[in-house]
Design a protein around this ligand. Structure first.
Ligand SMILES: [Zn+2]
Length: 242
C-alpha cells in the first residue's frame, strides 16, 4: 500500500502509540510492540496512529473496490489480521452501523439466530441443503433467483442461477444437471423454504431415488441454518454490489 510511509512520522506524537514507540526506541519493548523498517508493530499487526488512516482502512476493507460490504465480524477479522489500534472493534462497528449501503440493502435480521441442529452428516455430498435466494435483480438471461445447494459436511456450496417462476420439474432438472452430475445422488436433502419443495411430485421423485426428504416442519422454519446463513450472506453481497 502506498502512502503509509507518513505513519512513521506520526508515532512519536500519537497519543496511543508515543509511549510504546519511545520504549521500543530505548530498547525496552513492552506488550509485544516492536519496530520494523521504521514502523511500529504490535505482534504482526501494523500500528495505525490516530489519523484519517483508521477510517480509510475500514472503508477500504468494508466497501472498497474489492470489498462486498461484509458484516462486522468479517470486516473486523480482515483488519485485525494486519492492523492494530485501540478500540478498533468499536470503530469498525460504528462505521458499519453508518454505512448507507448496508443500511439500505441489508435486512434487520442478523446471522445470529439459534438453529436446532440436524443429524451430523459424515461424508461429502451425501446430505445436502437446498434453498433459494429470491428478490434479486433480473439478469440479461432472465435469471432472477439463485438455487443454493450446500453440502452439509464440507460446507461447500453451489450457486445456480434460476427463475423464481421455476416449478418443481424445472428445479429438479437443474438440480440433476448441476449437482447430481458432479456429486451423484444425495442420501438426504433438507429444505425449509420453498413451497414448491413440498409438492407431492417432488417428494415422489426423490423417493424413487431412495432419498430421504427431511422437510423441516412449518413450525420450525429455522431448522436448516446452513443455507439460511449462506443465502443471507450471498443475497446481501449481491444486493450491495448491484
Ligand atoms: Zn456497507
Amino acid at each position: 500500500m502506498t502512502g503509509l510511509q507518513c505513519l512513521q512520522d506520526l508515532y512519536a506524537e500519537d497519543s496511543d502509540f508515543k509511549t510504546p514507540w519511545q520504549s521500543c526506541l530505548n530498547g525496552h519493548p513492552v506488550d509485544d510492540y516492536n519496530i520494523r523498517h521504521g514502523f511500529l508493530f504490535k505482534g504482526n499487526a501494523l500500528c495505525v496512529p490516530d489519523s484519517s488512516w483508521r477510517s480509510h482502512l475500514i472503508k477500504e476493507t468494508h466497501s472498497g473496490g474489492l470489498a462486498a460490504h461484509a458484516g462486522r465480524d468479517k470486516t473486523l477479522q480482515q483488519i485485525q489480521s494486519r492492523f492494530y489500534w485501540p478500540h478498533l472493534r468499536r470503530d469498525v462497528t460504528r462505521f458499519i452501523e453508518r454505512c448507507h449501503i448496508c443500511q439500505t440493502y441489508k435486512g434487520i435480521a442478523k446471522n445470529t439466530g439459534l438453529y436446532s441442529p440436524l443429524p451430523i452428516p459424515d461424508s461429502i455430498w451425501e446430505d445436502l441443503s437446498l434453498d433459494f435466494v429470491l428478490g434479486l435483480p433480473r439478469t440479461k438471461h432472465g435469471s432472477d433467483a439463485i438455487m443454493v445447494v450446500v453440502d452439509r459436511f464440507s460446507k461447500m456450496a453451489h450457486f445456480v442461477p434460476c427463475k423464481k417462476t421455476f416449478d418443481a420439474l424445472n428445479i429438479s432438472r437443474i438440480f440433476f444437471k448441476e449437482i447430481v452430475r458432479l456429486h451423484g445422488i444425495p442420501r438426504s436433502l433438507t429444505s425449509d423454504r420453498d413451497v414448491k419443495f413440498i409438492s407431492h411430485f417432488w417428494r415422489e421423485l426423490w423417493k424413487r431415488f431412495k432419498t430421504d426428504i427431511r422437510l423441516s416442519s412449518a413450525y420450525h422454519p429455522q431448522t436448516d441454518g446452513q443455507t439460511e446463513v449462506v443465502n443471507r450472506t450471498l443475497g446481501n453481497m449481491l444486493r450491495c454490489l448491484v
